[in-house]
Each structure stands twice: as structure tokens, then as C-alpha cells.
Design a binder for this molecule. Structure first.
Ligand code: IMP
Ligand code: MG
Length: 190
């Protein structure tokens, strides 16, 4: 694998700006403000940048779901480590997620949120790996489409590392090995 930068800092800001404007336009005439729900931990940097470009009032909450096992394979059940605590009944909800890959995580999360009787659940994703889709899930607000390949940086992790990198890129073999070593060292404390 070769390191390949997909989006630099400027490109990421441009994407966040456009999405912020789209969300502003969509809800600006609604009498009741929407609720933005960020999906921890991957969407955290994205959420922080996105909200700078939303020029309407909104409430905010977070969920954490681990359907990815921290590795390279997506599992099929939604494990909700943290649910919403804010009451979303009769509210428009916008789920803010880092990436939609197979679509399972987002679909299961949307289904889960609908059980709380919101008005509507919309989805906003920074990246869309459309070629990997396994369930018919289309996000309402999409930052950019990407192809196959494991993405890291700007919230995207490999084994919980690399979320702090400012660019979004495909991990290379050297970094892959370096992180595996860090994981190994961390495990020695178990
Ligand atoms: P899905 O259920 O297959 O759509 O998986 C979505 C979740 O898998 C996202 O919330 C991400 O956390 C994670 N994920 C998918 N692709 C990548 C990737 O390329 N890098 C890092 N995380 C990813
Ligand atoms: Mg995620």
C-alpha cells in the first residue's frame, strides 16, 4: 500500500463549508430547530468543523456505536456504547457520520433513532464509499465520494491511532507497521 493523500486541509474545509450551507438552507425556515447527532469517535473533527458553517440554531448530541471492531472488517450488528440523551421526539435529526461504507452502521443507527419518534432522520456524511454499499442507504448530505482503500486521518483511525492527522489519506505499509508496533506495546499493559 502506498500513502496517498485524498483530501488536504483546504479541501476538507471547502467540503465542510458546502455541507454547512446545505444544512442551513434545508432547515432555515423551520420553526423548530434540528438536532445534530455526531457519531463518536470518527466524526468528531468533522462535526467541529461542520458546525462553524451552519448559520441557524440547532441542538447537539452524540452517540457512540462500535460496529467496526477497530480493525479492517465491518461487523453486522450495532453495538450502542452511548445513546442520545437529548429528547428528539418530533424533531428533525441530522446524523453526522464520518463515512458510509457498507451502509449497515448508518442504516441501523437511523432505524434505532426512528424508534424515538423524531419527525425525520437525515444523514450527513463526510465521505461516501459508494462502491462498497451492501444495503440501500443513501445519505442526504454527502461531502465527497471515495473509492476502495482504507482511509485514515481527520477522525478516521487505524486501531484507534491517526485520528489527529490533518489530512485524509490512504495508509501506507510503513505507517501500518508502525501502528501495529504501537498497538503491540499498548497490549503489553493488559
Ligand atoms: P459501514 O457500516 O460498513 O458503512 O461502516 C461504517 C463505519 O466503518 C464508519 O463509521 C467508520 O467508522 C468505519 N470505516 C469504514 N471505512 C473506513 C475506512 O476506510 N477507514 C476508517 N474507518 C472506516
Ligand atoms: Mg464510525
Amino acid at each position: 500500500m502506498e500513502r496517498k493523500i485524498l483530501f488536504n486541509q483546504n479541501e476538507i474545509q471547502e467540503i465542510c463549508k458546502r455541507l454547512g450551507q446545505e444544512i442551513t438552507e434545508k432547515f432555515k425556515n423551520d420553526p423548530v430547530p434540528p438536532v445534530l447527532i455526531g457519531v463518536l469517535k470518527g466524526a468528531l473533527p468533522f462535526m467541529m468543523d461542520l458546525i462553524k458553517y451552519i448559520n441557524i440554531d440547532f441542538a447537539m448530541d452524540f452517540v457512540q456505536c462500535s460496529s467496526f471492531n477497530g480493525g479492517l472488517v465491518a461487523s453486522e450488528t450495532l453495538v450502542l456504547n452511548k445513546d442520545v440523551t437529548y429528547n428528539i421526539q418530533n424533531r428533525n435529526v441530522v446524523v453526522v457520520e464520518d463515512i458510509v461504507d457498507s451502509g449497515r452502521t448508518l442504516q441501523m443507527l437511523v432505524d434505532h433513532l426512528y424508534e424515538k419518534n423524531p419527525l425525520n432522520v437525515y444523514t450527513c456524511v463526510l465521505l461516501d464509499k459508494h462502491c462498497e454499499r451492501k444495503v440501500p442507504m443513501e445519505a442526504d448530505f454527502v461531502g465527497a465520494e471515495v473509492g476502495k482503500g482504507f482511509i485514515v486521518g481527520y477522525g478516521f483511525d487505524y486501531q484507534e491511532y491517526l485520528r489527529n492527522k490533518q489530512e485524509i489519506y490512504i495508509i501506507d505499509d510503513e505507517e501500518y507497521n508502525r501502528i501495529n508496533d504501537l498497538v503491540e506495546r499498548g497490549n503489553q499493559n493488559d
